[in-house]
Design a protein around this ligand. Structure first.
Ligand code: NAP
Length: 235
């Protein structure tokens, strides 16, 4: 049974990714940080998943998680946070926190997974970026920078580890209805949807389908790609 480690499995998109892999017979290690109740509720419905507590912003916590998992065939770097404010109001602490979780965390987990994958000469990684990492978002400068970093990292690792038969891709979602966007008003959402060709936001399942495609054999000749799942909003 192939092992897949999904960070941020306790969140909206992470839960859908977890369900997709679980329902397709993978051995799922479901990462969470603070949402213990949510992850054990998921385990009630999917008894085969293994919850893994990990703070992706800490390299030692990520190392410990991987040493408990003992091997990883597929890694999904999905944990992330966002904050909306003016760049001039961003504190050093806030800058560090977003970078540490969204970018450093992705790197830390890639580094641990790759050291195992090179030994088996196979593996697949999907990083979750964002359309803001491609287009940039007003009021989300740090998040945009972190998610752009994830794209650069994805392409670099695809080149570096392709010869070891390891694929590294990213999914860049547009607006997806999860608690990450719970602060947005209905008017904010409608304004965004009116500029989206498909005229709506996406669902966590729609992201999970793309992640699963890139992570698995259907995408066996695809690496270093950034797949936008955004209803066309970044065109
Ligand atoms: P969400 O529901 O808020 O979930 C965020 C997840 O990240 C949670 O599982 C959370 O775990 C985890 N997390 C936060 N800090 C962590 C840390 N220090 N260590 C480990 N895990 C941590 O958000 P979501 O919408 O599902 O977002 C998932 C990913 O998609 C993120 O990378 C986000 O940037 C990206 N994305 C989302 C959208 C969108 O519109 N929703 C658009 C583009 C990209 P706990 O709850 O257990 O702490």
């Amino acid at each position: 049974m192939k092992k897949v480690f999904i960070t941020g499995a306790s969140g909206g998109i992470g839960k859908a990714i977890t369900e997709k892999f679980y329902n397709n017979g993978y051995l799922v290690y479901a990462g969470y940080f603070s949402s213990e109740a949510e992850i054990y509720e998921m385990k009630d419905k999917m008894p085969g998943i293994t919850p893994v507590k990990v703070d992706v912003s800490s390299s030692s916590s990520v190392k410990e998680a991987f040493s408990n998992i003992k091997g990883c065939d597929i890694l999904i770097n999905n944990a992330g946070i966002a904050k909306s404010n003016l760049a001039t109001d961003v504190s050093d602490e806030e800058f560090d926190r977003i970078m540490k979780i969204d970018l450093y965390g992705t790197f830390y987990a890639c580094r641990e997974a790759l050291s195992y994958m090179v030994k088996t000469h196979s593996g697949s990684i999907v990083n979750i970026s964002s359309i803001w990492g491609i287009t940039g978002a007003s009021m989300e400068s740090v998040y945009s920078a972190a998610k752009a970093g994830v794209i650069g990292l994805t392409k670099a690792l695809a080149k570096e580890y392709g010869p070891s038969n390891i694929r590294v891709n990213a999914v860049a979602p547009g607006f997806i209805d999860t608690k990450m966007n719970s602060a947005l008003t209905r008017e904010d959402k409608e304004a965004f949807f009116s500029e989206t060709p498909l005229m709506r936001g996406g669902t966590p399942i729609e992201v999970a389908e793309s992640v699963y495609f890139l992570a698995t054999e259907s995408a066996s000749f695809i690496t270093g790609q950034i797949l936008t799942v955004d209803g066309g909003s970044a065109i």
